[in-house]
Design a protein around this ligand. Structure first.
Ligand SMILES: [Zn+2]
Length: 152
């Protein structure tokens, strides 16, 4: 007898392709952990199915004729179907791309900023040199003035 997917709120029917729980204890527990919400009775586990909607393309082997679930596959519960899941992934990707762009901009700005601060430093050095020169000229001028003044 074909059974309906045991994931709560899953819209699949008994004819939707589905998978039995793994027999291996460790993997069974991994599945149970993900499917906590389903309140699964462990004694009934052999009767239960999880439909393909809770797996991603990567969970299957690449054989195009026969889609076999990989032994490492673990289902996921989403309140909506994989279509929306993909859209969400896409949105996440978009956000990531935007973030990367912002980071690149910040990086550029920082570069410009460091260039500017170098310019500012250079300007300051030049100004200090100029002040020193003026100071020296002033000193000489004062000395010259003092010499030309008759001794008292
Ligand atoms: Zn399902």
């Amino acid at each position: 007898m074909v059974r309906k997917c045991c994931v709560p709120e899953c819209s699949s029917t008994p004819t939707t392709p589905s998978h039995k729980f793994p027999k291996e204890k460790q993997r069974q527990e991994e599945w149970l952990d993900v499917l906590k919400e389903a309140n699964i009775n462990v004694n009934e586990i052999h009767k239960l199915r999880v439909c393909y909607k809770h797996f991603v393309e990567n969970d299957y082997t690449c054989n195009p004729r026969l889609r076999i679930l990989k032994s490492t596959a673990i289902p996921f519960i989403k309140k909506h179907d994989p279509q929306i899941y993909c859209e969400e992934q896409q949105q996440n990707n978009d956000v990531l791309i935007q973030l990367e762009r912002h980071e690149a901009e910040i990086f550029k700005n920082q570069e410009v900023l460091s260039l500017h601060s170098e310019e500012i430093l250079q300007t300051r050095l030049t100004m200090e040199q100029n002040i020193k020169k003026i100071q020296e000229q002033l000193d000489e001028h004062i000395k010259a003035t003092c010499k030309s003044r008759p001794e008292l």
